[in-house]
Design a protein around this ligand. Structure first.
Ligand code: AMP
Ligand code: ZN
Ligand code: FE
Ligand code: FE
Length: 271
């Protein structure tokens, strides 16, 4: 049987893996297909597709769009999107700028609580990729402001923490509709992390087409719960590891392997 991992990041957002490394790791772990879903960017897709031509691993183009609802961050995966569409690329460019502004806002809030993090130390880590909280957490550890990433998130920059800033521009409705307009398949990422299952029917009304049922933090009972929900609302089922390379050493590529059959269903469902 063939397997896929449909939730992977690259250096174009907040993973340490280059497209080359990602493909090498994917083939080492026996994956037939992978999806690249960087946060709010498609910059890594073309280069990865090019390198994949000489690899046995199939690359599914995707994105993990950040939306905001009621001060909460909601991640919508978009598979098989038209990553060359001009107006889409412009919108993503705006998001990139929003993310940079957000770093300064978070740094200001950190300053208020006595943490004097230099924003340049964050941008040095993110380099050209879309910048986010994982880069802040890494910079905090590097500069000695936190002992670990989980301390950085748990005490300072995680949801509901003193230096948390949301500030994303899309609503879930806009994110879902945009992915569909770009010919993609919108899927709700890691629903258990969100802990807002009551919103799912509304998202389905907006056009949501799938649930990320298989995810490292989902227990078997959660998997069963979301499988039932997917059946009830006629949604596709996806899954992936959310591997960020060495930025999150505990989460390995291929730690979630879904049957390739689910990739075929995703392709058939493309609007
Ligand atoms: P952002 O898009 O900037 O809000 O950052 C999202 C990134 O932060 C994703 O890679 C998440 O996996 C990561 N993240 C969010 N909360 C935590 C946490 N508590 N511990 C580790 N990483 C987290
Ligand atoms: Zn990330
Ligand atoms: Fe996510
Ligand atoms: Fe992710």
């Amino acid at each position: 049987m063939n397997f896929a991992d449909l939730h992977l990041h690259t250096i174009f957002s907040d993973s340490t893996y280059t497209p080359e490394e990602l493909l090498k790791e994917a083939s080492k772990h026996g994956l037939s297909a992978i999806a690249i879903v960087d946060h709010d960017t498609v910059d890594g897709i073309e280069v990865t597709l090019d390198i994949a031509k000489s690899s046995s691993v199939e690359v599914i183009p995707g994105i993990e769009l950040t939306a905001e609802y009621d001060g909460l961050e909601i991640h919508i995966l978009g598979y098989l999107i038209d990553y060359k569409n001009k107006s889409f690329l412009e919108k993503l460019d705006n998001l990139k700028k929003t993310r940079v502004e957000r770093i300064y806002k978070i740094v200001d809030k950190l300053k208020d609580i006595g943490i004097d993090l230099n924003p340049d130390s964050v941008f040095e880590i993110s380099k050209a990729g879309t910048v986010g909280r994982l880069h802040i957490a890494r910079a905090m550890v590097k500069e000695g402001w936190a002992n670990s990433l989980s301390e950085a998130f748990g005490k300072y920059i995680g949801d509901k923490c003193p230096a948390y800033v949301c500030g994303f521009r899309f609503s879930p409705e806009e994110a879902i509709k945009l992915i569909k307009e770009m010919g993609g398949v919108p899927v709700l990422a890691h629903p258990y992390i969100l802990k807002k299952d009551e919103l799912i029917p509304q998202f389905v009304d907006y056009g949501l087409m799938g649930l990320e049922v298989y995810y490292p933090e989902h227990t078997q009972s959660m998997v069963n719960f979301y499988l039932n929900l997917a059946e009830k609302y006629n949604l596709l089922v996806t899954g992936g590891s959310d591997c960020h390379g060495n930025a999150k050493p505990g989460i390995k590529i291929g730690s979630i392997k879904i049957p390739y059959e689910l990739v075929e269903k995703l392709k058939e469902a493309r609007p």
